[in-house]
Ligand binder design. Structure first.
Ligand code: GUN
Length: 295
């Protein structure tokens, strides 16, 4: 069988960011002030610092306003909640993102549920979670939204396909399952307690791996011709002592069997930030009662 189609998330994300930048330019022309995204980083987790820096750079590059708030790792929940309330009330702020994970003294759910659902560009608020599983008209979490865009490009229709989502996190697994269900897939959510996981994965037309275990999904877990979406981003040290990024899927083995597959890096990752900018534009429009920009 021929090598799988490599789904180029980097290129699709660049295209989406270009459309967002054009919409932001039209917005500035009509409203004088660009939509603004506020990002809150608590503590000094190195990976979170990189993510926040990348989010801020991409926001500015698209012509939106980036506002950064940094709090020390010792910040208590009340301090973070007070900041979130200030951002909720600030009319200049259209989107609010509190980078996760938060330090152990802080309850993440208390913080995400304090964000105004209309400004919740992560889509983690319980109201947006509820809308995702019901009407579908809330703000949708960015990583699963990016996966859906890639799937729609890779496949000619999703209805009736069997999608297996490996992982049940609030950030990826659960919202991913909701979106696949809304797209009329038959959805199975698998997790660390699932029995016969390789055999189950072999029944998938669409396999989404979001477990955070380097190269856990092997080539013989994949049905020939299946579409594989790898959400994992794991830093590993190779035999040569050099560190590199790998996904949750063993790419080489999987690409020999799959019909299409996302690489790591350059697959799902770039889509997450593009969808964050998209959500910021949508939130800005909805809050003002305007038609959603076409992005
Ligand atoms: N940490 C890892 N991924 C995410 C994300 O999508 N949003 C936030 N806020 N934190 C994260």
């Amino acid at each position: 069988m021929a090598e799988a189609l490599r789904i180029d998330g980097k290129a699709v994300a660049a295209e989406l960011r270009g459309r967002i930048a054009a919409a932001a330019a039209r917005w500035r022309h009509g409203h004088a002030v660009a939509p603004a995204l506020a990002v809150v980083l608590v503590g000094e987790d190195p990976a979170s610092q990189v993510y926040v820096r990348n989010k801020a750079a991409a926001t500015r590059e698209a012509g939106l306003i980036s506002i950064e708030h940094r709090l020390p790792a010792t910040a208590d929940e009340a301090e973070i909640l007070a900041l979130v309330r200030r951002l909720n009330e600030d009319p200049q702020v259209d989107g609010i993102l509190v980078q996760l994970p938060l330090p152990p003294q802080v309850r993440a759910a208390a913080v995400t549920d304090a964000i105004d659902p209309a400004k919740d560009v992560d889509g983690f608020h319980v109201v947006n979670t509820g809308r995702l599983w019901t009407t579908g008209d809330g703000l949708v979490p960015c990583t699963p939204q990016g996966c859906m865009i890639l799937l729609r490009r890779a496949l000619d229709g999703l209805a009736g396909r069997h999608a297996v989502v490996v992982g049940r996190s609030q950030i990826v697994g659960k919202p991913m399952a909701a979106l696949l269900l809304a797209a009329d897939c038959t959805v199975t959510i698998a997790h660390s307690r699932t029995r016969e996981l390789p055999a189950l994965c072999r029944t998938a037309d669409i396999l989404v791996a979001a477990v955070g275990r380097p190269e856990m999904v092997r080539g013989d877990w994949i049905r020939p011709g299946a579409t594989v979406i790898d959400v994992g981003v794991n830093r590993v040290t190779g035999a040569d002592g050099k560190s590199r990024l790998v996904g949750d899927v063993a790419y080489g083995e999987a690409a020999a069997v799959a019909g299409a597959i996302t690489p790591v890096p350059g697959g799902v990752g770039p889509m997450t930030i593009a969808c964050l900018l998209r959500n910021t534009m949508l939130a800005a429009a909805r809050r003002r009662g305007l038609a959603a920009p076409d992005v």
